[in-house]
Write a protein that binds this ligand. Structure first.
Ligand code: ZN
Length: 396
């Protein structure tokens, strides 16, 4: 809790509430410095890999390491726990283990992944995706933020060499097992009356950019019958997302961002970009929801004399976490429950390559990606104890 309090001023967002900390912006760079100092104060050796992820090694680096950590960036106006709780818990677990005289019997690292939320460049889990080769370096480097700054520019400004990004087999080989502790993003543990649980699965999920083009014109001088208004079509896409997802068991679809161009009160926009986040239990259901929303978007655009394009910006299939590791962790922690999550994580990207597990800490409201996100200090302490016990078992 002291560590979380230490960083409570960094990236605090007075306008939105909560925190806005995005890949390689001032706040995130400051958090990276904070982490580096905290890790060094514990005698860990900190290095940055080719894709901007920070590694703090307890002892000499090597293949097959026990790795724990999370991310420090946030969504716009996000909570204090999503990401940072996993990082401070990792450092606290190292303190706990060291305090009882434990020395890892194999390589051991705390990791901070870059731009996990995709809050700046639009693609979630960018650092782990690049490392694992799950996104092409060229495509990643071309991603740009709202000001037109590309990932390549941002990395260069942060002192990193963008020509070196991409699949990093060496870094991947170094991860023997990855364990990410995270605040739960839902009420699963509240309903089960448990402070800590392990992850069972992550929903299939992706992001799509929907661009509707019409005719920019004067809000007063243009008769209603003469309009080709992309905002009207966009509004129907928002409603289509709600309807389509509601019709499929367990599916979720959200339009959380919509940008009219040029964006004036007395201007019919010439185009509107909106972003769809869609998720469901499996690939088939997720694709079906997106296909239906796409068809409805095309019909709505045609009715308004507009055109629409739908572009997939990122996608990840359902993740089932390593069942052997999951069950052994659950047992070692006294039979804590295993539960699914609708949120994506770096652990979900790495799960395709190495045995990966997640520990969840109870969130009394279930609210996440918002300033109200919370975990009780006593539950956070339970999380650290569980993480330390897990790491001790894995690194013995
Ligand atoms: Zn997170």
């Amino acid at each position: 809790m002291t560590d979380l309090a230490d960083i409570a001023d960094i990236g605090a967002d007075a306008r939105r509430g909560g925190f806005s900390r995005h890949g390689y912006d001032r706040a995130e760079l400051e958090l990276r410095e904070w982490f580096t100092a905290e890790a060094r104060a514990r005698g860990l050796d900190v290095e940055c890999d080719r894709n901007g992820n920070l590694w703090a090694w307890w002892g000499p680096p090597g293949d097959g390491a026990v790795v724990t950590g999370s991310h420090l960036d946030s969504v716009p106006g996000g909570g204090a726990f999503d990401g940072p709780l996993g990082v401070v818990s990792a450092l606290a677990a190292v303190d706990l283990l060291r305090g009882k005289g434990f020395r890892p019997g194999k390589p051991f690292a705390v990791v901070v992944f870059a731009e996990e939320e995709g809050g700046r460049f639009g693609v979630a889990c960018l650092g782990s995706r690049l490392l694992a080769g799950a996104i092409a370096p060229d495509a990643a480097l071309r991603l740009s933020d709202v000001d037109g700054v590309t990932l390549a520019d941002a990395m260069r400004s942060a002192g990193l060499d963008p020509t070196r990004v991409g699949a990093d087999a060496e870094a991947l080989r170094r991860i023997g097992t990855f364990v990410e502790l995270h605040v739960e993003q839902g009420r699963g543990l509240v309903d089960l009356g448990a402070p800590v649980g392990v992850a069972r699965s992550i929903l299939a999920h992706g992001r799509w950019r929907i661009s509707v083009s019409g005719e920019g014109n004067h809000a007063g001088a243009t008769l209603m019958v003469d309009r080709r208004d992309p905002m009207v079509a966009a509004a129907q896409v928002v409603l289509a997302a709600r309807r389509s997802a509601a019709a499929v068991d367990g599916a979720r679809a959200t339009v959380g961002r919509l940008i009219p161009n040029p964006g004036g009160t007395n201007v019919i926009p010439s185009s509107v970009d909106l972003w769809l986040d869609a998720r469901a239990d499996d690939d088939t259901r997720t694709r079906a929801v997106v296909a239906e929303i796409t068809a409805l978007a095309e019909a709505a655009a045609a009715e308004e004399g507009c055109t629409v394009t739908v572009t997939e910006e990122s996608y990840g299939d359902t993740v089932i976490f390593d069942p052997t590791l999951r069950d052994s962790l659950s047992e070692a922690l006294g039979g804590v429950p295993a539960l699914p999550t609708g949120a994506g994580h770096d652990a979900g990207i790495l799960a395709a390559h190495v045995p990966t597990a997640m520990l969840f800490v109870r969130n009394p409201t279930g609210i996440s990606h918002a300033p109200a996100e919370f975990a009780e200090p006593t539950d956070c302490a339970e999380g650290v104890t569980a993480l330390a016990r897990t790491l001790e078992t894995l690194a013995r």
